[in-house]
Design a protein around this ligand. Structure first.
Ligand SMILES: Cc1cc2nc3c(=O)[nH]c(=O)nc-3n(C[C@H](O)[C@H](O)[C@H](O)COP(=O)(O)O)c2cc1C
Ligand code: SF4
Ligand code: SF4
Length: 424
């Protein structure tokens, strides 16, 4: 059976599944339940200086798909609202009881060197395996000069990372905000500051919905709402891209990556690892389905690895990174066409409407004498956009088939229609 052990920033974990810093990791009882369920580690809910923050009621908003399933949530919660010493005492206790599990202390402080260093030293003394800097909270804390207000300024990312590096010998994870133009600026700054790893993503600025009776964004607090931090399956594409950017950038590719953002299944986990993640963190999926969801993730990931012959996570870590390129490196001579399987088609016509109205009028629609509706791809018109295959409700009914054209690889910089090339 595949070995799910992993090492990130020099920290060994029995599996790559850690709970991200959030309510599931806010106290002893939750963390112990998580470890009993099989999670390899936790990033403790962000600790700050006393006095503890005060949270509002309510705190979470939902974004649902048309069937009512939650595809994302947002929150306007702050960091831990319990006294620092209480959290540290509980960390010490879990540390003693669960020596084989990873505990990372998440922290944030006022932008003062002494504040960061003193807090980091206290957290380190509680017996954590590493420290994560929360530079991403996009609500509440940033209005106090912390969270994303640090994470959006590369110089401040570098500085706070360096302060914590200087204060302790522990591995430092700098947690990045996605609310930034270019994630590489943040990752490069973390690296300059001496981060052993980057954790990403924190939550995305959002208003998930508006209460049309109250006329305020959800969650509504006494008739008013605020923007919150968005997470869950809906943010996975943003997180995958940012992880890939860091993993394939020459200056940051040696940074270890603790990937976060919409991980709900073993497949999500495998995709992040394939794009370069060394470890994984999960928040929303555990909040929506409970801690036992890690069973499915562990089983699924090890089955996948067994099937593919990967004995350890490092065997497939980053294998998709090399195939993640800039647009300019794509082969302009590659061609693919849609092919409809008439036997599995249920004649719903969705492919026809989509291609007719919004794509390339490449699907013909005929009615036979017996009333059967026949949908056929007009090969010459099809540009291989994938739309029909994506919307067809019958799995594998529309296949995208590469066209054998014997043309050589040709990228845009060398294409004769590129005006710059033509001018040469
Ligand atoms: C209710 C809630 C509270 C959170 N609190 C924190 C926090 O205190 N510190 C932190 O670094 N991230 C916090 N996060 C962000 C998560 O750690 C994580 O980065 C984000 O939710 C993306 O992962 P997911 O899609 O698996 O939820 C919080 C998220 C939620 C939903
Ligand atoms: S792949 Fe795109 S262009 Fe081709 S038939 Fe489907 S929708 Fe039309
Ligand atoms: S969308 Fe799929 S099932 Fe519906 S008509 Fe097109 S090929 Fe047939």
């Amino acid at each position: 059976m595949a070995d799910l052990k992993c090492t990130i920033a020099g920290i060994e974990s029995i599996n790559p599944f850690w709970l991200a810093s959030a309510p599931p990791t806010d106290k002893y009882i939750n963390v112990v339940r998580a470890f009993e369920a099989g999670w390899g580690g936790v990033v403790w809910k962000t600790l700050g200086e006393d006095p503890p923050v005060i949270n509002v009621s309510s705190r979470y908003g939902a974004h649902k798909d048309q069937k009512g399933s939650m595809i994302g949530i947002n929150n306007i919660e702050l960091i831990s609202d319990r006294p620092l010493e209480q959290n540290l005492a509980e960390i010490r206790q879990v540390r003693q009881e669960w020596p084989d599990r990873v505990i990372i202390g998440s922290m944030m402080a006022q932008v003062e060197e002494s504040s960061w260093k003193e807090l980091a030293i206290k957290i380190a003394a509680a017996g954590v395996n590493g420290i994560e800097l929360n530079l991403g909270c996009p609500h509440g804390m940033c209005e106090r000069g912390m969270g994303s207000s640090i994470g959006q300024v590369p110089e401040m990312i570098e500085e706070t990372t360096r302060w914590v590096r200087e204060a302790t010998n522990l591995p430092v994870f700098t947690k990045l905000t996605p609310n930034i133009t270019n994630i590489l600026w943040a990752a490069e700054a973390a690296k300059r500051g001496g981060a052993h790893a980057v954790s990403l993503i924190n939550t995305v600025n959002s208003i998930v919905s508006v209460d049309l009776d109250v006329m305020a964004p959800n969650p509504v607090v006494g008739g008013k709402g605020s923007h919150g931090g968005y997470c869950g399956p809906a943010v996975k594409p943003i997180a995958l891209n940012m992880v890939a950017e860091i993993a394939r950038n020459a200056d940051t590719q040696n940074l270890q990556i603790s990937a976060i953002g919409g991980i709900e299944t073993w497949r999500d986990a495998a995709e992040f690892i394939a794009l370069g993640a060394d470890g994984l963190q999960v928040c929303t999926a555990a909040m929506l389905y409970g801690f036992r969801i890690v069973d499915d993730m562990i089983d699924g990931l090890s089955n996948f690895m067994d099937e593919k012959g990967y004995q350890s996570i490092t065997d497939f870590k980053g294998l998709a990174t090399r195939n993640t390129v800039d647009w300019n490196a794509l082969d302009m001579n590659f061609d693919t066409k849609a092919v409809i399987d008439p036997d599995s088609c249920i004649e719903c016509g969705r492919c026809y409407i989509a291609c007719e109205d919004t794509s390339h009028q490449a699907i013909s629609f005929d009615v036979e004498a017996d009333g059967t509706r026949v949908f056929t791809v007009v090969e010459d018109e099809c540009v291989g956009c994938n739309l029909c295959a994506m919307i067809c409700p019958v799995p594998d009914c529309i296949a995208m088939v590469p066209v054998e054209n014997d043309l050589p690889y040709l990228a845009w910089p060398d294409h004769p229609k590129n005006p710059i090339k033509a001018a040469e």
